[in-house]
Design a protein around this ligand. Structure first.
Ligand code: GLN
Length: 193
């Protein structure tokens, strides 16, 4: 049975657990990951939205940052949303508070949409989707630069808000908060590959 871990150090963990359970519809189990040693028992991992400073600190202190890097490099599919996207990046523009894991060749702006746009929704044209995807953004970061191995999936204006690099799917918005499961379906295909 497929085991999907949701990193549960901080952030919107329960929303991700419920959304992933809905996506798997009984064909897998979803676990909350809190302790060292738990990541490697999973077939796939979700890095939720939340406060990337707090999640980053706890990953470092617990030693789970190394485990997460090893899992990603071994090819484990990872769905990284919002703060999760910040964590998997290679570089964070003008911000020394979060130590990025450097798993994906992307540069991030943590405050790309400005403080006055705390949260908003947008219809995205997504590579491979036949109709727009309504995305929910909450104090969202954005990708401001991508390396050659990164496939851009969606943009808002100049910035990238969805991207994939091999086994990593990174989204600036929150697919766990809407009914549309198309990004979860991409993640499920990554699990089968
Ligand atoms: N801006 C937040 C951070 O960098 C992320 C916001 C979110 O995950 N909703 O931690």
């Amino acid at each position: 049975m497929t085991r999907i871990g949701v990193l549960a150090l901080q952030g919107d963990v329960s929303e991700h657990v419920l959304a992933m359970q809905r996506a798997l519809s009984g064909k897998g189990e979803v676990l909350e990951i809190r302790r060292p040693g738990e990541i490697s028992s999973c077939d796939g991992l979700v890095l939720p939205g939340g406060e990337s400073t707090s999640i980053s600190r706890q990953l470092e202190i617990s030693g789970m940052a190394q485990e997460l890097k090893a899992a990603a490099r071994s090819g484990m599919p990872i769905l990284a949303t919002c703060a999760g996207l910040v964590l998997v990046s290679r570089k964070i523009e003008g911000d020394a508070k979060v130590r990025p894991l450097g798993l994906m060749d992307i540069k991030i702006d943590r405050n790309a949409f400005g403080p006055q746009r705390e949260s908003f929704e947008a219809d995205l044209l997504v590579e491979g989707f036949d109709r727009p995807y309504r995305a929910v953004f909450i104090r969202a970061p954005a990708i401001v630069d991508v390396g050659g191995k990164v496939q851009v999936l969606a943009r808002i204006g100049e910035v990238v808000v969805g991207a994939r690099q091999d086994n990593l799917l990174a989204l600036a918005f929150h697919p766990e908060l809407t009914e549309d499961m198309r990004f979860h379906q991409i993640f499920q295909k990554m699990l089968e590959a």
